[in-house]
Design a protein around this ligand. Structure first.
Ligand code: ADP
Ligand code: ASP
Ligand code: MG
Length: 406
């Protein structure tokens, strides 16, 4: 079999863990498989590199950030190859340029366009274990790019798709995908399997166990994807097209605190205002999430929406620069907030779901700022300080039944 195995930062954080992973890789290789490994930077390396940059420049160039961040993954792959050599097995490390991971030019949030499989295949033909730096690529100007935080998962799935691998295993510090972040919600339950669609929603809504684009790719190319622990031999969670989970009306809960709410107050109530605001933001590559428009009062309306925290300052600046053109009174801004979402394919046909969620929030005295719903998810915006108790309360309400039936 051809297997792609990805190990996240905590799985390779120190010498012991690198050796532990090296042994696991060698076991897979010894069992007769061709093995392609994708690694993240060790431990908190990426965070530390970002800190270092900010000490010198509060607003560093995105191109230079990518030059810097890509070094984290390059360290990991070289060290892993050395560890495998020390066990007496053949391995070669490769960075994005050597492999040929071509991406868009969008620094720090680049998308993979094409992966050249020639070099990898020639190394596999030589019986090498091939160890590839995750998270990085290069663009058409031959500059290094990165795929956004958590992007090594996407490197792994993209490689599995390009190489037509039989299996893509994502090894991390939990033993699978749970109904909620097991570090936050005490009663979270491990799922045997989850559908691509539900996993995609959970990942997009803040469950960082998988990078959302990795799930998108896995669905598109039908990659057999498993999430499991690098520390134990537990079987993990299989992410696939159809699952029995779909009969449940809620399959998971996610919390995302990388959000900020921006409100434009006192906008003149006339056609085209929303268009003006959101086309302006789109032109500046700002991703807007939940949007809420109030009813008109005294011929003015308010519009609130959320963006990611790192884009919030820039969003406010752009809107202020266009104050006259949009014609609003004031802007308010809050980033001490969190987004709490529940996801489930069966939600559309169960009208009571939203009210159960709101009741669970009421039970613990949590105030809701914004609500957004779709066929398979309900999201509320709440204070960040309330996130943990809200997540536990909502999870308990929905999953107590599920837990009993397990
Ligand atoms: P890695 O470094 O291996 O990529 P991450 O920190 O990116 O690991 O992702 C794993 C973390 O995701 C877990 O430690 C857990 O706290 C978090 N997480 C959030 N939601 C979930 C969930 N539904 N199931 C499992 N883990 C989750
Ligand atoms: N090292 C990168 C990060 O910390 C990529 C990854 O871990 O997937 O975001
Ligand atoms: Mg990750």
């Amino acid at each position: 079999m051809l297997i792609v195995q990805k190990f996240g930062g905590s799985s390779v954080a120190n010498v012991e863990r690198v050796m532990n992973v090296a042994n696991r890789i060698v076991d897979t290789y010894k069992a007769g498989n061709s093995v392609v490994v994708v690694l993240s930077a060790q431990g908190d390396t990426t965070d530390e590199l970002i800190e270092k940059a900010k000490e010198l420049n509060k607003n560093p160039s995105r191109r230079e950030m990518d030059m810097l961040l890509a070094t984290g993954e390059q360290q990991s792959v070289a060290l892993m190859a050395m560890a495998i050599h020390s066990l007496g097995y053949p391995a070669v490390s490769l960075n994005a340029n050597q492999v040929g991971v071509l991406t868009s030019s969008n620094h720090q949030n680049a998308r993979i366009k094409r992966i050249n499989t020639e070099r990898i295949n020639s190394e596999l033909d030589k019986n090498n274990i091939v160890i590839i730096a995750g998270f990085q690529g290069y663009n058409r100007y031959n500059d290094l790019t990165t795929l956004g935080r958590g992007g090594s998962d996407t490197t792994a799935v993209a490689l599995a798709a390009s190489l037509n691998a039989d299996l893509c295993e994502i090894y991390t510090d939990v033993d699978g995908v749970y109904t909620a972040d097991p570090r936050v919600v005490k009663g979270a339950v491990k799922l045997e399997e989850i559908s691509y669609d539900e996993m995609l929603e959970l990942a997009s809504l803040g469950a960082k166990v998988l990078h959302n684009r990795s799930v998108e790719l896995a669905k598109k190319y039908n990659v057999k994807l498993v999430v499991r622990s690098s520390m134990t031999k537990e079987e993990g969670t299989l992410v696939k097209e159809e699952t029995k989970m779909e009969k449940m009306f809620v399959s998971g809960l996610a919390v995302d605190d990388n959000v900020a709410r921006i409100s434009l107050i006192g906008i003149e109530d006339s056609p085209g205002k929303a268009f003006k605001i959101f086309s302006l933001l789109a032109k500046n590559d700002i991703m807007v999430d939940i949007i809420l428009q109030s009813l008109a009062k005294n011929n003015t309306i308010d519009i609130s929406f959320t963006v990611t925290k790192d884009e919030a300052q820039e969003t406010v600046k752009i809107l202020n620069e266009n104050k006259e053109r949009i014609n609003f009174n004031s802007i308010s801004y809050d980033d001490d907030i969190a987004k709490l979402s529940i996801v489930g394919a069966g939600m559309a046909t169960n009208p009571g779901v939203a009210s159960v969620m709101f009741e669970a929030l009421y039970d613990v005295g949590v105030n809701i700022h914004l609500i957004s719903t779709s066929e398979i998810k309900i999201t509320v915006l709440i204070d960040k300080d309330d996130a943990n108790k809200a997540a536990n309360s909502v999870h308990d309400k929905f999953f107590s039944q599920f837990l009993l039936s397990k």
